[in-house]
Each structure stands twice: as C-alpha cells, then as structure tokens.
Design a protein around this ligand. Structure first.
Ligand code: MF3
Ligand code: CO
Ligand code: CO
Length: 275
C-alpha cells in the first residue's frame, strides 16, 4: 500500500491509512475553516471570566460556528453532543461542557472544530481565569512554546518524528510530562486522519513531510507525570496524579518551503495574556 495519496479538491476520501497530499484549492478551503476556528477562539477571550459556565461557552461556540456558515464537527461525533471541548486544570482534553462554572485561578483549554465547506479547522488555546498562580502560567507558556517548536520542524524533507522530538525535549527540560495517549492527526476533509502526530518521538523517525500534507499538532503537557485516566463519562481525560495539564493546537499545511498555520489568530491572540 502507498503511504501517500495525492488527492483532488473534491475527491471523496476514506480513512484508509494513507497520508493525503493536497493542492492549492484545498489550502484555500483550510485557510477559511482555520480562520473561522481562530475567530471563534478570539471571541472567547472576553467571555472567559470567573462565573461563566462551560455550557455557556459551548453555546457561544455553536452559535458563532453556525453564523460563520459552518457546523461544529464534534456535534454528533462518535456520540459527543457538544460544539467544543472545555478542559479545566487537571483535565487533559475532551472536557464536556456542562453547568460547571469557571473559578478564579483556573487554567482552561477550549478546543473548537468548525466544518466549513467540507474542511475541518481544528484548534485550541489556553485561557487564564482571573489571577492564575505563576507555576500554572509557566506551564501554559511552555506548552505554547512546545507547539511552536514542533511547528518549526514542519517542513518538506523533515520527518514526522522531528516534531515530537522537539516538543518532548522542551517539555522534559522543565520536568513536565508529555501525554502519550492522545496525538495530533491528519486533518482536512476528514476530522481525524493519518498520520498520527505523536508529541514524544525520536528525531529522524517516521514518515517524511511532503508539501500538501495537512495535520494538527496539539501537545498536552502535564505539570506532573505524563499518565492520564479516562473518567466514567467515557470522554473526560484527566491527569492520573491530578497535576495541572495544558494544551494548544494548530492545524497546519506543509508548503514548498515550510508550513502554513491555518488557525493563526487574526488578532494576534494566539496565547495568553490576551489583554
Ligand atoms: N478537537 C479534538 C481534537 O483536537 C477532538 C475532539 S472530539 C470530541 O482532535 F468528540 F471530543 F469532541
Ligand atoms: Co485535533
Ligand atoms: Co481539537
């Protein structure tokens, strides 16, 4: 079986394990979906305050997604019934929106995926709720640095493992734990496609990066050990040791010279502090 598959703009795609290579029209599709995703996260900056419920944040995400001409890809995805994931403090990922309120000092990840004209823009950022302790802010800063160091590796000729190696090296230098159970992923017409983008890897390993590849990088970094466990609800992943966890995610496309970040904030609000 071939590892790569060059695909046409409107080709019906299967999750067949191949890495899709896309052309210019697909880049334009991802640019639009990614921009809407980033605008939704930008709009949440003024909403993330002590006292707001995670369900109210989900309502805003759903309304903005639909107003933007898209649908939330998570709505109805494998039985998930919400428009985003909201993961607070020791929640690693896939926190389910509810009537739970944000509290002063919380750190929270919001992960959105509008599906616009058949393209998925998948991105998440951390938000600081009120006054956040310095050690939590440092975790958030280092996690963002991990994402951007991974993105720096994303260029033609590099190997996929170079991304995870850069992330792991930076996180472990601060004695943080890199979550192994969840990965970045191919993205585009499909929400979750090949390849798996692991966030801890050896440099020089894995498939070669080629122009036209679309994937996410979304490191989850723990203040303590890397281990996670799944709660009874079947979605919420938390740190085993209850330490804080942070995550940022971008959707990117490999270009001839490097990569394009489809989900960059139009307002420059890519990481906190946002004011
Ligand atoms: N947006 C998540 C990702 O980065 C996936 C969430 S799936 C859900 O891949 F069902 F939990 F919402
Ligand atoms: Co993702
Ligand atoms: Co996501």
């Amino acid at each position: 079986m071939n590892l790569y598959q060059t695909v046409a703009y409107d080709e019906v795609l299967l999750r067949d394990g191949t890495i899709k290579l896309h052309g210019p029209a697909a880049f334009e599709g991802m640019r639009k979906a990614g921009r809407l995703a980033a605008e939704i996260l930008d709009a949440l900056v003024d909403q993330v305050e002590p006292g707001i419920t995670t369900g109210a944040l989900d309502d805003i995400v759903r309304e903005m997604t639909i107003a933007g001409g898209a649908v939330p890809a998570t709505l109805g995805y494998r039985g998930y019934e919400h428009s985003c994931c909201v993961s607070i403090n020791h929640v690693v990922c896939h926190g389910i929106p509810s009537d739970k309120t944000l509290k002063d000092g919380d750190i929270v990840n919001i992960d959105v995926t509008p599906l616009l004209d058949g393209w998925h823009g998948d991105t998440s950022r951390m938000y600081l709720v009120g006054d956040v302790p310095l050690k939590a802010k440092r975790l958030v800063d280092v996690t963002y640095e991990c994402l951007m160091l991974g993105i720096e590796q994303a260029k033609p000729g590099a190997r996929l493992g170079d991304i995870g190696a850069a992330i792991q090296h930076h996180a472990e230098r601060q004695r943080y734990g890199v979550v192994r159970e969840f990965c970045g992923h191919g993205v585009g017409r499909l929400f979750h496609d090949a390849p798996e983008v692991v966030h801890a890897a050896r440099a020089g390993t894995g498939p070669e990066l080629r122009p036209g590849m679309f994937f996410t990088i979304e490191p989850m970094i723990n203040l303590g050990k890397p281990g996670v466990k799944l709660l009874e609800d079947g979605w919420t992943a938390v740190t085993r040791d209850r330490s804080l966890s942070a995550q940022f995610e971008h959707s990117i496309g490999i270009t001839e010279t490097g990569c394009e970040i489809f989900t960059a904030s139009p307002k420059g609000l890519d990481k906190p502090p946002y004011s």
